[in-house]
Design a protein around this ligand. Structure first.
Ligand code: RB5
Length: 142
């Protein structure tokens, strides 16, 4: 499995923490930045991650900004992206089981590192249930 990461300045520190965590588990990562706490614009980091997930260059993504909303809204402009804002493990599990989410967006200013780690572990280890959920996912495209 290869995971892409993207964050703005508000998510930079959490991104650094999570990258170390997944690397420790032997998972390959691609880091799309940002690479400091200097103020940046989240779309500049969201779009490259979205393109990588859409093309299959990475299997899924973790995206982080202050609320998780700005980066998630941007990612979801891409047709093949289903980015879910995940603030606890239950939401993360359901985002995979029911929505086949391919990017987990995190609100860095509202969750702890420990909570974020559990959310990411849940997101990457939970399978899509298919069935009636596949029919609904197929209807998302406009
Ligand atoms: C940056 O201050 C903040 O606006 C951004 O990280 C994010 O929360 C936007 O949705």
């Amino acid at each position: 499995m290869k995971i892409g990461f993207a964050a703005d300045h508000a998510g930079y520190e959490l991104k650094t923490f999570l990258i170390a965590m997944v690397k420790n588990r032997g998972i390959e990562i691609v880091d799309f930045g940002t690479n400091s706490t200097a103020s940046v614009d989240y779309p500049d980091y969201a779009h490259p991650l979205a393109i990588a997930v859409e093309s299959g260059a990475v299997d899924c993504g973790i995206a982080i900004c202050g609320t998780g909303n700005g980066i998630s809204i941007t990612l979801n402009k891409h047709q093949k992206i289903r980015s879910a804002l995940c603030w606890n493990t239950e939401i993360a599990a359901l985002a995979r089981q029911h929505n086949d989410a391919n990017i987990c967006s995190l609100p860095a200013r509202f969750i702890s590192e420990n909570e974020a780690a559990k959310i990411v572990e849940t997101f990457i280890s939970t399978a899509f249930e298919g069935g009636r959920h596949q029919r609904r996912v197929d209807k998302i495209k406009n």
